[in-house]
Design a protein around this ligand. Structure first.
Ligand SMILES: Nc1ncnc2c1ncn2[C@@H]1O[C@H](COP(=O)(O)OP(=O)(O)OP(=O)(O)O)[C@@H](O)[C@H]1O
Ligand SMILES: [Mg+2]
Length: 216
């Protein structure tokens, strides 16, 4: 095992990942704890291009399997150039999405197959997996209210993506898959009720992160 620590944030679009990552960053900065913040897709220059293809080109037809491979291409580059070197240097890495998102979205919701996508993910990460995954669990119906641009005055959310256009049923399937993964990996994946106020969620996240940092 590497000396560093990898923490991933997962959940549906609009669940509050960016909000909680910002609060965690403030907490880390206040304690002079160095960290690297990154994301999937889009954590590398190649990844930025792949991200654009995946999320912001509704005009492009992409098969579920092609989509799954594009996410893994982004991840292979991301782990090789950013995540693994940082972990091997003993650093803390916090990432907005990682392997579980692929398994939930492409593996389950898109129907590529959970086991296949899990296998591809392990290849892409060269076997590295997050030490802690914070799953911000929220009913898709509530997500919808939040992400409605009329209600979203935070400016945190990015432009609408190809996934935002999916039916609520699709997001229900993503949510189900995340919860199944959390049951399979209870030590790693911690489910938080994302309908709680941000400050309360932040406290719960700190309670999970602190023990991980002590052991570094
Ligand atoms: N705990 C919360 N309770 C209520 N509203 C919240 C909470 N956390 C975040 N929000 C609001 O919900 C919206 C989406 O939050 P945020 O951008 O953090 O989600 P996200 O998971 O990063 O979304 P995306 O996947 O689109 O980047 C924002 O308007 C934000 O202010
Ligand atoms: Mg976000």
């Amino acid at each position: 095992m590497s000396k560093g620590r990898l923490i991933s944030f997962e959940g549906l679009d609009g669940a509050g990942k960016t909000t909680q990552m910002q609060l965690l960053e403030q907490w880390l900065a206040a304690r002079d704890i160095p960290y690297i913040r990154t994301r999937e897709p889009g954590g590398t220059p190649l990844g930025v291009e792949i991200r654009h293809l995946l999320l912001n080109r509704p005009d492009l037809a992409i098969t579920p399997l092609a989509e799954a491979f594009l996410f893994q291409a982004d991840r292979a580059q991301h782990f090789a150039h950013i995540v693994i070197p940082a972990l091997e240097a003993g650093k803390l890495v916090i990432t907005d999405r990682c392997i579980d998102a692929s398994i939930a979205y492409q593996g389950h919701a898109r129907g590529v197959g959970i086991e296949l996508v899990a296998r591809l993910s392990v290849i892409a990460t060269q076997g590295y997996i997050p030490n802690l995954t914070i799953l911000l669990d929220l009913d898709p119906a509530l997500v919808h209210a939040r992400t409605d641009t009329a209600n979203d005055a935070s400016g945190l959310r990015e432009q609408q993506t190809r996934f935002d256009a999916e039916e609520e049923q699709f997001h229900q399937r993503v949510r189900e898959a995340f919860l199944v993964l959390a049951r399979i990996h209870p030590q790693r994946i911690k489910v938080l009720d994302a309908s709680l106020p941000p400050e309360l969620l932040h406290e719960q996240i700190i309670a999970l992160v602190e023990p991980l940092l002590e052991a570094m």
